[in-house]
Design a protein around this ligand. Sequence first.
Ligand code: SF4
Length: 239
Amino acid sequence: MVNLTIDNRKIEAEAGQTIMEAARENGIVIPTLCSHESLEPSGACRLCVVEVEHGKRTSVVTSCLYPVAEGLTVKTKSERVMDVRRLVLQLLLARCPESQQLKEMAEDLGIEPEPRFTPDKDNSKCILCRMCVRTCEKVVGVCAIGFSYRGAEKNVCTPFKEDSVSCIGCGACAYVCPSGHIEMETTESGDARTIWGRTFKMKTCKVCGRYFAPEDQLVYISQKTGVPVEDLAVCTSCR
Ligand code: SF4
């Protein structure tokens, strides 16, 4: 165990934990847009910056990547931290001025709704955090989406921006997207789901009769696990 101080509170943390993990365990909230328990931290959004003081040195670091250390002093809301966080958010807002999630975060940080930097004319909601790409690859194991282009044109999409043949319609990328960029639509009856330009037929649960998963996803799970697809036809609530 190591002893450190976060926001003037003495904290005991496990060696190897990050500052963000130690803070969370102690009820200290550090804002982030790119952290999820299923994924390794990546430091992509830069909103989780904190100020650390070790000996005579102070620096601003990303708390999702920086490990705790004996005697470390951490400030999560110092003026320096808030300045960096506001700048990062203003840059994100310039790229994604229509993202409701970013607007709400800006309000929490006391940032004016008018963007400080010229808004992107393409009006994308993608903050390029790679959460969707990493989830599809590392959690789902499919790799149906990736980045294309560079610089300001960079965006997440299916290969060649065509309907992805490997997508199974699981929707995991849309669930983890922190800025509402990935659109997933379900019909009123629930019998079909559209994502990344493809429409997937949904399967009904053989116990409760509700639509619960795309057929393609169940076939994929069956192939991966060897469990017959008929045995996967029960939703999580009825299992
Ligand atoms: S919906 Fe398609 S692109 Fe999104 S995580 Fe699932 S397989 Fe990947």
